[in-house]
Design a protein around this ligand. Sequence first.
Ligand SMILES: *Cc1c(COP(=O)(O)O)cnc(C)c1O
Length: 359
Amino acid sequence: MLAGVTSPRVRLRAEIEALKPYRQGKPAAADAHKLSSNENPFEPLPAVLAAIVDASADINRYPDSTAAALREVLATKYSVTADQVVVGAGSVSLLSQFISAAASTGDEVVYSWRSFEAYPGLVTVAGATSVTVPNRPDQGHDLPAMVAAITDKTRVIIVCSPNNPTGTIVTKDEFAAFMAQVPPTVLVLLDEAYIEFVTDETAVRGIPLLAEYPNLVVLRTFSKAYGLAGLRIGYAIAAEYLIDAARAASIPLAVIGSAQAAALASLAHESELMERVGRITLLRDHLWQALIDQGWDIPKPSGNFLWLSTGDYTATAAEIFAEAGVIVRALGDGIRVSIGEPSAVDKLLRASAEVVRNL
Ligand SMILES: *Cc1c(COP(=O)(O)O)cnc(C)c1O
């Protein structure tokens, strides 16, 4: 019996023992809407399911560890070489690989806060130290303050646009001014997990900037807009030497064959998927306006989610949403609500009206 072992215990890294395991969005009751994980509400396309079934015929074999076919398609799509593309088991995995490739004990990783919940843990596992820079009052990244936080120990800076969970973007101009001040020896990870939902023309788009900045990595995922969260597949584009470093830091063979096949099928049916993305962004903008009309102060949303600043009232507010049949994500001083099925809208707005009255 291993349960209940008290002593002697294995000596673990103190920072790992102190780490809280990553918390997932709560599973929803059968009749509730799960709007807590920024998932795509649409069912997989039949062609994507068919590709997964086809690929399953080969599960006695290891997958192609280089994801060569997928990298070729992505390289053509973005006018880069296949050697500038790396595929990972979700872009969270790629974030981890890049952080580990550049930072370890004694090194610092700068990112804004509040931002993606996975960042603190990934930095700690790499052995490095998080340096967080508070968001501006309008919930956007404070890029000048992030530049000011750079020290001799800084190895990585993470920029998340649109930012999870506040939904804010970094503009092209803000990003250019930022990059002009970041030393070329510091790795910049631009996390574009929600870029397909961006309709704001002023927002930064990293891929066209790669030629200009050899220290820039752009991270993308099939989890959100493409609806493949359950298959774990994402990619990054950067200069070849950075891609090589991420590969060196990877767990071999983590990207399974059916995920590669599903991603290829999704790219082959991209216009259908982007039409769905268009419907989600329309619903997002409609919901945003409805919430503003209720009296909420919400930054302009650019992802597939909205950020409600609920302060000290957050835990109670999350319960009110849950009672209304909407599972949201409570994050410290606010609530993140994913844009899901249109059928969730009425429940969501009824609960939000109650919450905003009590703020
Ligand atoms: C969802 C998300 C990711 C990617 O998740 P994967 O499923 O691992 O590809 C990356 N960054 C942010 C900010 C996210 O919200």
